[in-house]
Design a protein around this ligand. Structure first.
Ligand SMILES: CC(C)(COP(=O)(O)OP(=O)(O)OC[C@H]1O[C@@H](n2cnc3c(N)ncnc32)[C@H](O)[C@@H]1OP(=O)(O)O)[C@@H](O)C(=O)NCCC(=O)NCCS
Length: 235
């Protein structure tokens, strides 16, 4: 779902000075991932850079993906502008999902050739900077159903909790998108709302102590490394 950022509103919007400060400081965290690589078992998460745009643009020509992710088709120039805005927007945290097996097995391969999808977190509630909306897309059909979406979401949730101070997550999913609804339900999200207007359901996960413990257990294998310092790149 490629929405324009709320960043300008965060800086210029109403509310008390304290609320503004709280939101700005929470939002500033969202850009923390610019130099972060997260290494999992099945996927590697890297920041979205201009190098990834051509393949991303190819994916988003698919009407199925546009429908499933509620996205509008963009020109290549617009896609580059969107990538820059995502990188700079303070209210959004984006990682590109790479196939870890391919990334590790093919030294010298470009990241573009290892790309399988993306995963995002947005701050959507100006009054609650601890709530993040999560989205995921495994764009390559041959890579679906192998646990990559699950691991990408778990890694993003863990990053959201430990690095962005988020305590609640929501996923808004088209009513007919059974694979996505089931995946989020397996990840302990519960349905909290249905919109017949938008034909979507909202699923929510609140980080109680036991959910927090479960999440850290599920992601204990994940390594966080600096992106592109030369030590983290087999490609
Ligand atoms: C939804 C999506 C992210 C799932 O990622 P994935 O890597 O294919 O899913 P996983 O292999 O991790 O599967 C996790 C669970 O999701 C459910 N699931 C996945 N694919 C499914 C399918 N085709 N039918 C029914 N359930 C499915 C299952 O419960 C599965 O658990 P199981 O394998 O133990 O049965 C991926 O299919 C996708 O990106 N689709 C297109 C874009 C999209 O819909 N994005 C979500 C927008 S909100």
């Amino acid at each position: 779902m490629r929405e324009p950022g709320l960043g300008a509103w965060l800086v210029g919007g109403g509310g008390s000075p304290l609320l503004q400060w709280t939101l700005s400081s929470a939002a500033a965290n969202m850009r923390l991932n610019q130099n972060t690589l997260l290494l999992g078992k099945k996927v590697v998460l890297v920041p979205y850079t201009s190098e990834h745009v051509p393949r991303y643009h190819e994916w988003m020509k698919s009407e199925e993906l546009q429908h499933l992710t509620a996205s509008e088709p963009l020109s290549l120039e617009q896609e580059y502008a969107m990538q820059r805005s995502w990188r700079e927007d303070a209210d959004k945290c984006t990682f590109i999902v790479l196939d870890a097996e391919k990334w590790q097995a093919q030294p010298g391969a470009t990241e573009e050739s290892c790309m399988v999808g993306d995963v995002n977190l947005f701050l959507t509630d100006l009054e609650d900077p601890t709530l993040g909306e999560i989205e995921v897309m495994i764009a390559e059909p041959s890579c679906r159903g192998k646990g990559l979406g699950t691991e990408a979401v778990l890694m993003m949730l863990s990053y959201g909790v430990t690095r962005l101070d988020l305590t609640k997550f929501e996923a808004k999913i088209g009513q007919g998108n059974e694979p996505s609804i089931r995946m989020f339900q397996k990840l302990h999200f519960e349905q909290v709302a249905v919109s017949s207007v938008f034909q979507e359901v909202t699923l929510r996960l609140t980080m109680s102590e036991s959910e927090h413990h479960w999440l850290l257990e599920q992601t204990s294998h994940v390594e966080e490394k600096p992106y592109r310092d030369g030590s983290a790149e087999p490609c």
